[in-house]
Design a protein around this ligand. Sequence first.
Ligand code: C5P
Length: 273
Amino acid sequence: MSATEFPTGSGPAAEDRPARPVVAVVLVAAGSGQRLGYGTPKARVPLGGEPILMHALRGIVASGVAQQVCVALPAGDGALRRMCDEFKGELVDGGPLLTVVDGGLTRAESVRSALAALEEGTQAVLVHDAARALTPETVFHRVVDSLAAGALAVIPVMPVVDTVKTVEATSGEDARMAPEVVVGTAPREKLRAVQTPQGFDYDTLMEAHRQAAGFDDAEAAAVTDDAMLVERLGVAVHAVRGASQSLKITTPLDLIIAEGLLEGPLGARWVEG
Ligand code: C5P
């Protein structure tokens, strides 16, 4: 298989599919968004005339996978809380329960605040970055289908197009030539760029975060996603196909791309690719 191919697998016929678990989606939206340069939390930055948070919430609700959506917001952000309250009013009967919590200083702390607010009976949790506001519904379905089929952990991934190298900082004479030197090249066909929503069996994710709550500052700073915490437990993390539309809106260039996706000929009904 080449680096640009990923198995699609149409999966079993509808009548043979296992029952879906009771799913809660944790939406982490408590980041500062400094790299976007707006001077406000990223969740409030407008995209196609609406804050990024609203796109993320609508995407989750449209997927229909969640019985509960728990949003971690920057502590004390009244504007985003009001936005969530108004959105609650838009939800029709049978829509998910919407819960709001204050996030923490790190992404993992924000996830833990949200986990503490999940309803009893939750069987699976999808942790999703608000910054991936345009994630297609199909990606949510692929993640939940994998959990329903028995995976304890599943992540959406994309092939890597760049060659990726590991580097170290140079010192002494070498530092005059360049700030870093290459120490290895990872085999590209085995590399995947990881997206969200990342899906987990409830007990597995709770145990992973119980352990992470005891990390020192350096260990905590190295936690960039939830799957790596589950890997530490020795649990297999499965991978399904992500989507290029799930880009993490981080820099001004990402915002331009996201605006383009919304304004393109496909409008809000973006396709996979
Ligand atoms: O900062 P980073 O790019 O890793 O953020 C990924 C996601 O985690 C974003 O949606 C951001 O809002 C969220 N986050 C959070 N609490 C933090 C830091 C980041 O909810 N303290």
